[in-house]
Design a protein around this ligand. Structure first.
Ligand code: DGL
Length: 268
């Protein structure tokens, strides 16, 4: 068996969106092995019931634990919002999730204390962001907006399509009317739309990218727990998906700017 610290970090998402977290991890922790799990056969999760999201999240957790990961990252706001407790109870290794990371950045960065949050319907309905931000700053005013069409548009690779822009304009109008100075991209798919979203909200609104925030808290935990990979070898990246990998591989390679040589279709 591998030395504990040389084992991979397990990262999971409902589909391709968690690659935003993988990219941030590759930049921040270039010597860490990563196993990524994207449930491409069942995405989107954000419009499903809490029971279903919990069941799927636990199946993925079991799968990654079998792979002997040293750390689990819930790179999906939807699963973090509704299934974090259950995942943590099942996991023998530390579990990090995106919501706390982004809430910290938002509470820290907002000057006006008017913070917008966009996410999937499940994330927004859970109120998890408002709770997490209020724990850090009770005076913050949170304006939330569910954006159910963003995930299928991203999974389709329509990052800069006129239809996506039209829909984004419409979703963001009510939030922007509240004079926010910070907007949390509360779904791991949304950073793929970042250039377009920044144009729509204007330069004066800071976008909080959960992927960058996540890489930051992962680096902190690895340092604190002495979990750094000390093998001195180039890192190994494995990708597991639940549907035929062609589309994941094509969009993933474009997004990560590297060849994804190890993409495997798995059954849960
Ligand atoms: N990527 C997930 C998130 O961060 C949601 C996508 C989905 O609806 O499956 O919320």
């Amino acid at each position: 068996m591998d030395k504990k610290t040389n084992r991979a970090i397990g990262v999971f998402d409902s589909g391709i969106g968690g690659l935003t977290v993988v990219r941030a991890l590759m930049e921040r922790l270039p010597f860490e092995n990563i196993i990524y799990f994207g449930d491409t056969a069942r995405v989107p999760y954000g419009i499903k019931s809490v029971e279903t999201i919990n069941r799927y999240a636990l199946q993925i957790t079991e799968f990654l634990i079998q792979k002997d990961v040293k750390l689990l990252i819930v790179a999906c706001n939807t699963m973090a919002a509704v299934a974090y407790e259950a995942i943590r109870n099942l996991s023998p290794v530390p579990v990090l999730e995106v919501i706390e990371a982004s809430a910290k950045s938002a509470a820290c960065d907002s000057r006006s204390k008017s913070i917008g949050v966009i996410g999937t319907p499940a994330t927004i309905n859970s109120n998890a962001y408002a709770r997490a931000i209020h724990l850090l700053d009770n005076d913050a005013r949170i304006f939330s907006q569910a954006c159910p069409l963003f995930v299928p548009l991203v999974e389709e690779g329509w990052f800069d399509h006129p239809a996506t822009r039209l829909i984004a304009d419409d979703y963001l109008k009510p939030v922007l009317a509240e004079q926010i100075d910070t907007l949390v991209l509360g779904c791991t798919h949304y950073p793929l739309l970042k250039p377009m979203l920044q144009e729509i909200v204007g330069k004066e609104v800071k976008l909080i990218d959960s992927a960058e925030a996540m890489a930051g808290i992962t680096a902190d935990l690895i340092a604190k727990e002495n979990l750094s990979n000390s093998s001195g070898k180039l890192p190994d990246y494995q990708f597991c998906v639940t549907d035929v990998p062609y589309r994941f591989q094509t969009i993933g390679e474009k997004f990560l700017g590297r060849t994804l040589s190890s993409v495997e279709m798995v059954r849960l």
